[in-house]
Write a protein of this length. Structure first.
Lengths: 356, 356
DNA sequence: TTTCAATTTGCATTCGAATGCAAAAATGCT
DNA sequence: AGCATTTTTGCATTCGAATGCAAATTGAAA
């Protein structure tokens, strides 16, 4: 295969000496020619672990540097069947949890020599599109922190694309998962609330279809019951700040039996709820009303909020997620695994003794 | 070129009928074989604008659907020299401005048939790495909302990779830019401050190396002077919440001649500043101290803050950025262009009449 | 029906790097 | 030095889709 067999109609310029047509990027053949070696040698030079003598490596590297040669990841991907791309699926909604996760995952991927192909997914249709795109781009794997239906997952599975779920999973399906289990922390917080004299609580959940929301709600319900706190009412939000604020409006806060604490299944809603309580209902949080969140996003600790919340160890979870993806890329038939992390209570200042 | 010339050692299975080795993804050859046409026909079917008869298209599409065929973007990229990937560079720091921009840009890219390859860049070294990676992955273009030195830009330029700067640019270098010019809004806000009786102000800037910070600072200084407000002091932050809080500590707020308003060159610092004023210094914002920000990020309008700020039209800017990238990909020699957008004042509630 | 143009189709090659295999070179051993 | 090993190197092919060109088909005009 002649690499560059002088196009049929030589455009009068570019004679033998010029190694590189202006603007065209150097290929391994160009480097080989300049170094006086074979293309294979160049290829091996850039592939760690190949059999290459020091002398050869030196010559090639010199030529490569001169031509600013870097291997073409696209061509490499074609032959190796590895794109080094990983699709990362997050929600595009204004929920600071996602950017935090996204950035952490991106860093970890980067450290592992992989690149993040970003997808924002906020509906089933989005997810369908993502799956096709991921397929087209031959991503090595998918890390999903957002919507994905069982059917969609099945498609990826059939196509042998490794998927790691980030803080979500299908209970009745084998899948690879990093997950933060907040059960102990829920108990801890609820017990504390009980000790502080709270007897009535309300909860703001996420969409009922959402597994994380359901799971957290379940834990909260159980813990409340166990600690002698009554769950007066539950309203549904959608994880956004606005829905937290709106949620509070739906809750009857006056009269006997009114809740003295609101538990929100994520921080964004908790912050919305807190702001609503303070600025619209003119309540003092935590004196008049205690509020609890989930996630432990950076912003929840700003001094306007100082939310009492249950943090996920996002850093360690991201690290795990990336490691699991690389493992599954190496050994696709490896059995599925669920790595569970403990949450941690951030004491915050959004809970206090129940008003009398 | 035989596509699938039956591996030398046929593993006793997979005889002639089975069109697809289990797990292998279908290629255009597989589709061609099943449909009884040539590979070129399949290729043309999936390339809009190619010369194909309706009958042929139908046959191919039927076979393609059956095999779940989707063109391989990697292989396509190799031959067309278009990867359909765009590197998006944002800062990984906790500044909600970046996620907002990132998500908007990603959506717009997606609508244009491009995918975002995400890079978080927080130092020159990061940027060096990004440039090499972008080169390796043959990205069609780069949208940079973060650090990039002139030298780094020069490298990309030499390699003919189109770059669009998002809200930053090199003044003494031709470059393609979307930019939000807040000059009128600065004047508007400062005038309002003046009308409210403010005579002394302080400012919290970003790093002095940062062009956006310098530009905003310059505008603020000029406007203050023009409106008879004295700039008592300027302290330097790094665009983060924490640095806004720390910045306020450095400002002498008591005694005659103390500033009655703090202007922060971004919202994150303004929020940090506001929280610090309220919770540590126990000041009433805006009664005791007015605060102004820049960017208009979503969070700045949460009711804990209701920051008076100057918003960038991120949506329209992102749209433009993507359009400019695609234009430059089509016509690399097109002259550079700088699209400037107007800011908009968000009145907010963080400024009030100067205390007496 | 014949002829010519327009459209459709297929052939063969190309993009750039990786890799199995065989040839060549370097090394070790006697 | 002579021979067997081990290590390097190069050759040729491969990955999957796009495309220039020529052949084949279709359609229109005469």
């Amino acid at each position: 295969m002649a690499n560059n067999p002088r196009k049929k109609n030589p455009p009068e310029d570019e004679s033998k000496v010029i190694p590189l047509i202006k603007g065209r990027r150097a290929t391994s053949y160009d480097v080989a020619r300049l170094a006086g070696v074979s293309q294979s040698a160049v290829s091996r030079c850039f592939k760690p672990g190949s059999s290459i003598s020091g002398k050869m490596r030196e010559r090639v590297m010199k030529a490569a540097k001169e031509l600013e040669y870097q291997p073409n990841a696209i061509a490499r991907g074609l032959i190796t069947q590895r794109s080094n791309l990983v699709a990362v699926l997050v929600s595009g909604r204004l929920n600071l949890y996602y950017p935090e996760v996204l950035f952490k995952i991106t860093e970890e991927l980067s450290a592992a020599g992989l690149r993040a192909l970003l997808f924002t997914v906020d509906s089933e249709d989005d997810a369908d599109m993502v799956i096709e795109q991921a397929w087209q781009f031959q991503v090595d794997g998918v890390i999903s922190a957002s919507h994905m239906s069982k059917e969609q997952y099945a498609v990826l599975e059939k196509r042998q694309i490794p998927v790691v779920f980030f803080n979500r999973y299908f209970a009745d399906h084998p899948n690879t998962v990093v997950y933060c289990d907040p059960s102990e922390q829920v108990e801890e917080v609820v017990k504390q609330l009980s000790d502080l004299g709270h007897r009535n609580a309300s909860m703001i959940t996420g969409p009922s279809a959402n597994m994380v929301s359901r799971e957290r709600a379940r834990l909260v319900e159980t813990s409340l019951k166990r600690n002698g706190i009554e769950l007066i009412s539950t309203v549904q939000g959608d994880f956004t700040y606005e829905s937290g604020a709106a949620g509070l409006q739906e809750i009857q806060l006056h009269g006997s039996g009114a809740p003295t604490v609101i538990i929100c299944v994520n921080d964004m809603m908790a912050m919305g709820c807190m702001d609503e309580a303070r600025s619209v209902l003119e309540l003092d949080v935590p004196k008049d009303l205690s509020i609890v969140g989930f996630d432990g996003i950076g912003m929840s600790q700003f001094s306007s909020y100082e939310l009492t919340t249950i943090r996920q160890p996002i850093g360690r979870m991201s690290e795990s997620a990336v490691r699991m993806i690389t493992e599954r890329v190496e050994r696709p038939d490896q059995s599925h695994e669920k790595r569970v992390f403990e949450g941690a209570v951030i004491p915050g200042g959004s809970i206090a003794r129940a008003p009398t």
